[in-house]
Design a protein around this ligand. Structure first.
Ligand code: TMP
Length: 258
């Protein structure tokens, strides 16, 4: 292993310095965590699946003009990304009541919402990522009003794209979380999608059976998490069913064709 510099380590990913200025390498770990790491397990092969699923989604988003940090996948666990200044907010988009919204407002899980709802959470592990309003965001300077507008319109476009993508393979997109960052190009700054989109950060239900195909399987001790992630990948047509996901060594791929 080369001695590249580690820039940041999160719960599910590590960022290393990239080969050129303005780039980073995003490494997907096998760690599954929930409830701010109170629950933690290693799920062998999860990182490989999330790397591939996120690559697939980000590649398509780039193609339809939604700017993302993704440049290309490097190997089974790593992708080359653009370095951005992460906005300290988690943006959640919900189409169907589930999770914390269902609990907080007493809405039965599975009820389709009157319209898609966008929520913001302040990224602060020590505080368990509290929900915040636009007032908090602007008052504390985490993002400006035009940046909030940009984040919301990106979130809506991403939601529309993802709903269609998953619907096409028999999956209902219940909700998801994204993170955005500021990309500086000369005097210009724009907000782009960062982090990942994978079954770790989405709620995905099988349309026919309503079976959960996402990290709720882990959060709720249901078992079958890896199998569910593999099923998502296979329905999206990005994983050969016999392809091993447990290999640890880096394998160079020549292109990111999907
Ligand atoms: P919630 O219902 O628990 O608030 O979660 C909403 C969505 O955000 C769901 O798709 C899971 C995702 N999520 C994350 O990706 N990271 C988190 O830390 C949390 C709490 C939720």
């Amino acid at each position: 292993m080369s001695k590249r510099r580690r820039i940041y380590e999160g719960k599910a990913k590590i960022l290393y310095e990239g080969p050129e200025p303005g780039t980073l390498i995003q490494f997907f770990k096998d760690d599954a965590t929930a409830f701010n790491k109170k629950k933690h397990e290693i799920v062998d092969g999860k990182g490989v699946l999330n790397n591939r699923i996120s690559e697939h989604i980000f590649t398509h988003l780039n193609r339809i003009g939604i700017p993302t940090h993704f440049i290309r996948r490097l190997n089974m666990r790593e992708q080359l990304i653009r370095e951005v200044e992460i906005i300290p907010l988690e943006v959640v988009v919900r189409n169907v009541a589930a999770g914390s919204l269902a609990e907080r407002l007493g809405i039965p899980e599975g009820e389709v919402l009157p319209r898609s709802i966008i929520e913001f959470y302040y990224k602060k592990d020590e505080l368990n990522d509290p929900m915040v309003s636009e007032e908090h965001i602007t008052a504390f300077g985490w993002a400006s009003p035009p940046e909030i507008d940009d984040m919301m319109s990106l979130a809506v476009r991403i939601n529309d794209f993802l709903c269609g993508l998953f619907l096409g393979v028999g999956i209902q997109l219940v909700d998801f979380k994204i993170e955005l960052g500021r990309l500086f190009e000369g005097d210009m700054m724009r907000i782009i999608l960062a982090d990942e989109i994978s079954p770790d950060s989405c709620r995905l239900w099988d349309i026919k059976t309503q079976e959960k195909m996402d990290k709720d399987r882990f959060r709720r001790n249901m078992g079958g998490m890896l199998e569910a992630y593999r099923e998502v990948a296979s329905r999206l047509g990005i994983m050969n069913e016999n392809e091993p996901v447990r290999g640890k060594g880096p394998v160079l791929v020549s292109s990111n064709d999907d």
